[in-house]
Design a protein around this ligand. Sequence first.
Ligand code: NAD
Length: 468
Amino acid sequence: MSDYRMLINGRAVSTAEQDDVIDPARGEPFATCPRGTTAHVDAAVTAAADAYTTWRKDESARRAALHACAAAIQNRVQDIATVLSREQGKPLGAAMGETFGAAMWFSYYANLPLEPEVLQDDGEKRIEVMRKPLGVVAAITPWNFPVILLAWKLAPAWLAGNTVVAKPSPFTPLTSLLLADILQDIVPPGVLNVLSGGNALGAHLASHPGVRKISFTGSIATGKKIMSYAADDLKRLTLELGGNDPAIVLDDVDPQAIVESLFWGAFQNSGQVCMAIKRLYVHEKVYDSIVQGLVEQAKKVRVGQGLDPETQLGPINNKPQLERVMGLVDDARKSGGRVEVGGVRLEGPGYFYPPTIVTNVGAGVRLVDEEQFGTALPVMRYAKLDDAIEQANRTHYGLGGSVWTSDVARGTQIVQELESGTGWVNQHVDVTPFAPFGGAKWSGVGYVNGRWGYEAFTEMQVVNVKKA
Ligand code: NAD
């Protein structure tokens, strides 16, 4: 058992009561973490509010801190990635990629130019839009990408001059506690506070009157609750929520050329990606070849423990999620769905479920209508493109969507018919620090990344000066 500690006001804090952290590849605890209480939340918010009064004042010091965070994370990539692979389940290579990504986001915001927004400047007046920090930010993260999603919040929040109280998922708290340990000396006490604990702790933090902004990534159900907590004192909100992304394969593709990309668009991180392909609509002309190609990919892929260098797909992160994915596939079977490959949990104590392709399903089947967030993909046949677009849009979700074609101009047109925050052509799951990312409809409120992500951590002030 290891000794991870929370960070409150620059001090490492432990608790007598500890929670187990489960290694999903073995289905048993491998570490413990502190069980934060509401008193810890209160102390962290107070510390963050105190630190805010000075942290907000010096942009160049904040940029220097962001550069230092990027360097510190890079120096510890191996350590962070190893813990990430253990607690989340993902292959070590992917965990390293995620950790390098976190460093990249810190560097991006360290260097982001903040241009003055001057609306009028003449003999009469100068009108300028100023961006000011909000105060204490609650950063609440899920278990699928705990490292990079924390960086997506910390870096822009800090650039703007806010201070942060972070609460990771109880399934993956260790990497956030480790990051707190690594970054604590770079920022003044109180600028970063990291607490571990369950959902109730998140609720207490999100409703805390000292918090001015909630940056939340997680499920739609929790996002709706968070919005209600924010209403009382009109806290600012960014909600990055669940997706049920459609990918539409047009009649003109070369199946062999795209099938591997489709497979990984759906199954990377064992399907536990908010913006993974979760519904695949394929034109009847190429349907059989695409299904066959996906089945071949699924049979080839090596499923195993994240720390095994041969592994390409790790386990599902936690037991409730494994049971959910299994339940959705069983439900699809009962509704007449055909399991082309997979569909049976792998033997052993870990939460392994092989890549599973399900056909002969459509709207009205839960695997199609709901976010599965795991290693199961429904593949639907269509004859008319309008029908596919209609099916793709007939949902409350709206995170991403993609169109696959050999005619890029045609794809660029069609993808704009999708009701989604991002529309990809011939790819899926591509994000960069400089492009905004967010969800349409129930998949989110607001945007992260790029200057939009920074602005979401600010309030505007119009400074209007009469000269003459
Ligand atoms: P979740 O909503 O169960 O939990 C997310 C976080 O919220 C955890 O830290 C949890 O402890 C906390 N929480 C739970 N109830 C709370 C409450 N009432 N008040 C405050 N905090 C509370 O989500 P999850 O299962 O951890 O994550 C999976 C979901 O996240 C999927 O739907 C996925 O699509 C989504 N996700 C979205 C994005 C995006 O960018 N849009 C990225 C990653 C994951």
